[in-house]
Design a protein around this ligand. Structure first.
Ligand code: NCD
Length: 301
């Protein structure tokens, strides 16, 4: 019988699973020829736009030797012919698909898919809730830089409230025993986000001088109606710019899940900063997704 192992959020993974995936991704990165999903049928179902996540899942599947079908949601029968998502995925399972990668604007949607589908489901982002593979590649990048995260402090800056990336990453950093400081205006970071090992600050300048890594986020305008502060207020207080870069610790690095908006959460000087790790993160996306797919299909080995 097939084990229906899925990845819906990082809390599906124990600390040991998490280390296993990160280590395995490291081995794949060193030697990428690993066709362990030879002939396994994977379908990608992206109801929301995506560049990095979609392309890297595709490349990961192809590198593993999988058979890949990209379904365009607007062309599916569920769009106009009244078929439910549950009946759609039951149909895909009957056809022989073993893996579904799902992105959707509704929190919990990949969970619904996982309950109906006799196979493995990977959440590629659901609403503002979770984005586990992004968090894994962020953790991979942090680990590559610092080794263990225990005793390291990471600032996550900006629109935490609407960021599935932040929600999964906070969880992952804590699992690896790092400390998190959330920085942003009241409307984007509330006291309720604080917790064990997770502090809140409104003072970006003070936090910048102390942290080992800064994760910048895009303002997710598509997830709310009205910007709660002016852009000028936002950039004055929370944009990482040349002046602020100069105050960072020498070893500190900067991450961004992308897409980034120049002139909003960062200015051009960040893009040429020695500690800017965006390209490293994007590169890690392929081996991380290969490792996740292999882990879901084959388990630890
Ligand atoms: C993000 C997403 O879609 O959740 N990007 C990504 O997957 N790398 C973040 C965003 O849209 O700002």
């Amino acid at each position: 019988m097939r084990v229906r192992r899925s990845l819906l959020d990082l809390d599906d993974l124990s600390a040991s699973d998490l280390h296993y995936i990160l280590d395995y991704a490291g081995r794949i990165e060193a030697s990428p020829d690993s066709r362990t999903l030879d002939g396994v049928a994977c379908a990608n179902l992206f109801f929301e736009q995506s560049t990095r996540t979609f392309a890297s899942f595709n490349l990961a599947q192809l590198r593993l030797g999988a058979h890949v079908v990209n379904l365009s949601p607007k062309d599916l029968s569920l769009a106009t012919k009244g078929e439910t998502i549950e009946d759609t995925v039951i149909t895909l399972a009957a056809m022989g698909f073993s893996v579904l990668v799902v992105r959707h604007g509704e929190a919990g949607f990949p969970g619904r898919v996982a309950r109906a589908f006799d196979g493995h489901v990977v959440n590629a982002g659901d609403g503002g809730r979770a984005h586990p593979t992004q968090a894994l590649l962020d953790l991979y990048t942090l680990r590559a830089e610092f080794g263990a995260l225990a005793g390291r402090r990471v600032a996550i800056v900006g629109d935490i409230a609407h960021s599935r990336v932040a929600h999964s990453l906070i969880h992952g950093i804590r699992r690896l025993e790092g400390q998190v400081t959330l920085v942003g205006p009241q409307a984007f970071v509330t006291q309720a986000d604080a917790g064990d090992g997770v502090s809140i600050s409104r003072d970006f300048d003070a936090v910048l001088k102390e942290v080992d890594a800064v994760v910048l986020l895009r303002i997710q305008h598509e997830r709310f109606d009205k910007m709660p502060l002016t852009m000028d207020e936002y950039t004055r207080n929370f944009q990482l710019n040349a002046q602020r870069l100069a105050t960072m610790r020498k070893h500190a690095i900067i991450l961004h899940p992308g897409p980034y908006n120049r002139g909003v959460e960062l200015d051009e000087s960040v893009l040429s900063y020695a500690g800017w790790r965006y390209a490293r993160q994007v590169a890690a996306g392929v081996p991380i997704r290969m490792a996740v797919l292999d882990f879901l299909v084959h388990g630890k080995r």
